[in-house]
Structure formats: C-alpha cells, structure tokens
Design a protein around this ligand. Sequence first.
Ligand code: ZN
Length: 299
Amino acid sequence: MHAFATRTIPLATKHMPELPEVETIRRGLASTLPGRKIVQVDVLRADSIACPSAKLFAKKLLGHRFEEIERRAKYILCRLDREAGLAIHLRMSGRILLVKKKKADKHLRVRIGLDNGQELHFEDMRVFGRLWYVEPGHTFEEVITALSLLGPEPDQITKQSDFHKTLAKRNQAIKTALLDQHLVSGIGNIYADESLYLARIHPMTKAKDLSPKQVKVLVDKSKLVLAKAIELGGSSLRDYRSSDGVNGQYQGQSLVYGRIGEPCTSCKTAIERVKIAGRSSHFCPRCQILKPVHPSIQK
Ligand SMILES: [Zn+2]
C-alpha cells in the first residue's frame, strides 16, 4: 500500500518549514498527485490566495490535472495540464495534508478535492502562507516575482569561482550572507550554522575575506548538510508519529545548532552562541577561529 494512501503528509507547525521539509513534502506530493484531476476547490480564507482573486482561483483551478511537482527554494510548484500551474508557499505555519475526506480543521484555508476521493488540505494558523494559480502559457516567475530574484541553491552552484566572486563583494558576516536568499537560497539558520561548523569557518568572518578554497568547502558542506536533512526528513516521514517533524529530526543530530555549552564533537570545547544580524549563531570557538586574513595569503 502506498505510504500516502491512508496517512496525512506530516509537517511540524512549531517552527517555520525549512528547505528540507519543503523538499520532503514535495516528494510526498510528487508520488501521489501527478495524474490526479481536481474535482472541487473551496477557498475558506481569501487571504491565503495571492493570485488571482479567491473566487477566480477556485473557478480556474477546477478541472485541471496535476503533472510534475517541482520545487524552487521553499516554493512548491505544481505543473498542471494545459500549461497552467499551482504554486504554494507555506511561510510561517502553513501545512499541506493529503487526506481522505475529513472534517475541516479550524485552520483549513483551502481544500482541493481530487478524483480519487482524496483531498489536499492547506491549513495555516497564522495565514502568511500563499497559493497562486498560474494561467496557461505563463511561467511561475511571471506571476511570483520573488522567484526570479532567488539565488541558486547550494546544489545549483556549479561554478564555485562565481560564488566566490559574489561573496567577495560582501562586507557582511558570512552567516548573514548565507541567509540572504538573493545570494544563495534554501539555507536556513540551522543549516547555515551546521555548514559553517563543518567548514571550520567562524560565522562572523566577513564574506569578502573567505578564500576560494574556503568557499568551495563551505558550498560542499552546505550540500552535505541539506542532503542529510532531506534524508532525515524522509525517515521521519515514514515514522512521523514519534517525531516532531523533519527539523526536529535534524536537530536531534545537529553538531552545533541548539547545543550551547555542550562539547564540540571534534575538540570538546563548549559550543558558544552569538547573535549576528539578529540571528542566533552557534559555533565552536576553537574549531572556528575568527582571524583577520592577510590579503597576500588569501589565495
Ligand atoms: Zn571544536
């Protein structure tokens, strides 16, 4: 029996969904939605629809069939037949559940009925999440302008030298730069801390002071951290009842994130925390030394 036939797609609501969780949800949807026809659309909260109006959204979406389910950063992009599209962003508290017909949760904002009797529920306590309908012949980027402003995900950084050039223009802390979605997308706070720790880079190091080699290591470690988080997301998906969610799973295995005062796995020094541009940053003061780099030894 298919994993999603009787279960809902789990997603923790205690924290903002990060890229690995969104990717986990995408995979769940991709194994279920393609080929399914939309037979009913109810918008229970107009604010949840970004484009077009709530009324038009329901009318236009009805009758479409799902094709591929893709993802760009934290946007879930559903390709529909007739070259239309449905995009979803969960923002702070959005949840997607694929369920057998059930009573509406009080946070249910949009209900999409499918031709196999299942329903796709979009629940959102804080109502920051959004759905977009993309008209046939238009691209997701045309409707969601933020999409075209996103930097590459670590996996999409093929030319490390280009990324080094981008960072070389930045006078800000590398931690802050990693969280800037225009530079690189998909690295949330927890994954930035973990990547910097594995790359042995102090989070307050200025982005422009990193050597090409450090940038390469950092990109490689980011890929590793995200891949591991996605893998753990998959495992928590199979056994979500005992889990708080994907991030909870990863946090249980984090090396520095949320581990203030605990010994570094490498040198046993106590992990410290510092605020950088308002974000908590966890690091090992011995493995990640903040030192001024002389320009002549950077290369
Ligand atoms: Zn250490």
